[in-house]
Design a protein around this ligand. Structure first.
Ligand SMILES: C[S@@+](CC[C@H](N)C(=O)[O-])C[C@H]1O[C@@H](n2cnc3c(N)ncnc32)[C@H](O)[C@@H]1O
Length: 239
């Protein structure tokens, strides 16, 4: 028979495992247009096995390309099971911070267990919404979106609501497979078009894994566009 104290402790540990938003909501979802192309379903908390990714040095290469260094604050948007979160945490060190954000509470609960087990004191978990990463004001130097852009139900909302969280000089880096959105990738021309529609400018493009995957880096607009002024990409770029 559990005691009241035992029940209380059980309740406390359950509550602490619940994912939470760490910033107030931004502009509501219904103010933004939907993308005029298919959005892939969320089917997993990881792109592939960490062993496979480590064999090709994926995270190390991406962090090198992005110049991730101690003291930086990085948002791992769509963190899933945390392949990047744990490696970013070690790279930015005690003076840096990693915001591990996702919209799936179960995935964040699993990641919370991993962060606790691995003793990563510089990781903050953040529950977002499809149109809003819910990150604190002026908190992020680099926002990294890995193998998840094609799953964002509201990419224009997410890109606009991300802006207040970016520090001066911040970059947004998107890694995805070079294939159709329904095949869990994003054609680079479509990505560039959708970010340009919100005022972002592509400043780097790195083909990876023999061109099957790419890393595109963007600078944000100086001012957020009015949601109603955003025109979704059509035609060639929307395939
Ligand atoms: C294929 S997993 C990739 C996870 C991780 N980034 C990796 O590279 O292994 C895609 C992740 O993106 C998350 N996701 C999908 N839409 C999202 C959104 N609008 N905002 C934040 N995360 C999202 C999913 O819940 C899932 O954890």
């Amino acid at each position: 028979m559990p005691t009241w104290l035992g029940l209380g402790l059980l309740l406390l540990s359950t509550v602490s495992a619940l994912a939470q938003s760490i910033a107030p909501p931004g502009i509501p979802a219904d103010r933004f247009p939907k993308p005029s192309r298919p959005v892939a379903s969320i089917i997993s908390d990881r792109w592939s096995s960490e062993d496979t990714r480590e064999r090709i040095g994926e995270a190390a290469n991406v962090m090198q390309l992005l110049g991730i260094r101690p003291g930086m604050a990085v948002a791992d948007i769509g963190a899933g099971s945390g392949y990047y979160t744990v490696r970013l945490s070690r790279r930015v060190g005690a003076t840096g911070r990693v915001f591990a954000e996702d919209i799936m509470p179960d995935y964040l609960a699993g990641l919370q267990r991993r962060v606790t087990t691995e003793g990563l004191g510089n990781v903050t978990l953040a529950l977002g919404e499809a149109h809003d990463p819910r990150l604190p004001l002026a908190s992020v130097d680099v926002a990294l979106l890995v193998h998840m852009y094609h799953e964002i139900d509201q990419p224009f909302g997410l890109l606009v609501n991300l802006l207040p969280a970016l520090r001066p000089g911040a970059r947004v880096a998107i890694l995805d497979a070079n294939r159709a959105t329904l095949q869990h990738g994003t054609p680079p021309a479509l990505l560039e078009c959708e970010l340009r529609a919100v005022g972002y400018r592509q400043v780097e493009f790195h083909p990876l894994e023999a061109g099957a995957v790419y890393l595109a880096v963007f600078t944000p607009p100086a001012q957020a566009p009015a949601p109603a002024s955003i025109v979704p990409c059509r035609g060639e770029a929307a395939r």
